[in-house]
Design a protein around this ligand. Sequence first.
Ligand SMILES: *Cc1c(COP(=O)(O)O)cnc(C)c1O
Length: 438
Amino acid sequence: MNHRPTPAPSDAPTPAAATSRAVIDLGAIAHNAGVLAKAAGVPWMAVVKADAYGHGLGPVAATCLEAGATWLGVAQLAEALHLRTLLDAAGTARPAPGAHTTPTQAAPRLMCWLLPVMTPEAAAAPRSPLRAALDAEIDLSVSTRPMLAAVAAAANAQGTTARIHLKADTGMSRAGAVAEDLPALAGAARTAQDEGSVAVVGLWSHLSRADEPASGSTEEHLARFHHAEQVLADAGLTPGVRHLAATGGLLWHPRARLDLVRAGIGLYGLSPDPALATSAELGLRPAMRLEAPLVQVKRIPAGQAVSYGGTWTAPTERWLGLVPLGYADGVPRAAASAGPVSVAGYRTRIVGRVCMDQVIVDLGPATRADGSLRPAPAQAGDLAVLWADPARTPGAPTADEWAQVCGTINYEIVTRLGPNVPRHHIGAPTGPGCQEQP
Ligand SMILES: *Cc1c(COP(=O)(O)O)cnc(C)c1O
């Protein structure tokens, strides 16, 4: 793709970096893709929703295609349209027309699974988002009959056949038709297919507890999935692409791999459940490093309160560092006096509340036991690292540690990184079809 970034000679922190930034190692993403593809043994979709989990849609999509993805998946329609624009600009081909052509790395398929609710009339209107989706040749997920009617109307108005994946709810109670509603949806889809409005190319669902192998949940999902297949078969539909597993399913439930797996979090080097297996145990490399130079280092007396509300007080005379990243950038406010940070190899944490654009980190006592001055372990300009791959940035905290101290999951830590933080992409894989643009 033509916005492929120039690889940096090394992914070591750059002391001269002027601002906060997220360094994204595309080599790590390519490595992770290889690990997951090998485990899956079936074609795979790179899930690049939410700006590729905060890692940057265009470069990540290009890297995944280079690494063997034949599908790209996003949640929202606007993202899908944006992705198609990027791919078109990069000269990435669309798959040959037809319901049964197989996508390739060079001509991948795009899928989107959250559609606007529209009447058939609105869907058929000239500038309807569903017509835009069909124009962009995006496979659409359909869970209900009104959604099917809207997609069929858009396809008729557009003079095309919509490629759809019927979604069954196999136990998550999120999107998808429940067993009671599936026969009517399948019957209506068969009728729309006979009329040429849609082609039912996929049957799919999503696992809710893939990271709990002992729960029996995934076996229940699979049983319901196979029942849904039978319901479709009874309606005369035999979609060629059955898919159920995300990263957790592909790693821990071989029977859920079916015809296609949808890999998200693992591509970015994070485990779907670090309590079950860590990134390192899975052979995955966290791809994001969030860093910023200290903008000030100073000494405060014992007893001095720090940040809004004075929720942390210096126990002794203290060195503090100021990091120009705050909750507006995606540093969770829940990280008050807890979020781990490494500065010039010195491991510390945020003290006091997280502010909108900045946080304060403790740099340790300013006096030694004998009363002499202890120099600050870091200076203004030194890089603070909030999270990274500790195998590549020694001493750095992980997104998993951040998730733990903030009471959330690694997915939320990386995806909430704000759009104001520049993404700096390094380590683009090289090889055929991957030349740098002039
Ligand atoms: C986000 C998502 C995925 C990817 O999940 P990971 O756990 O990140 O691999 C797959 N399928 C659907 C429907 C999703 O919403």
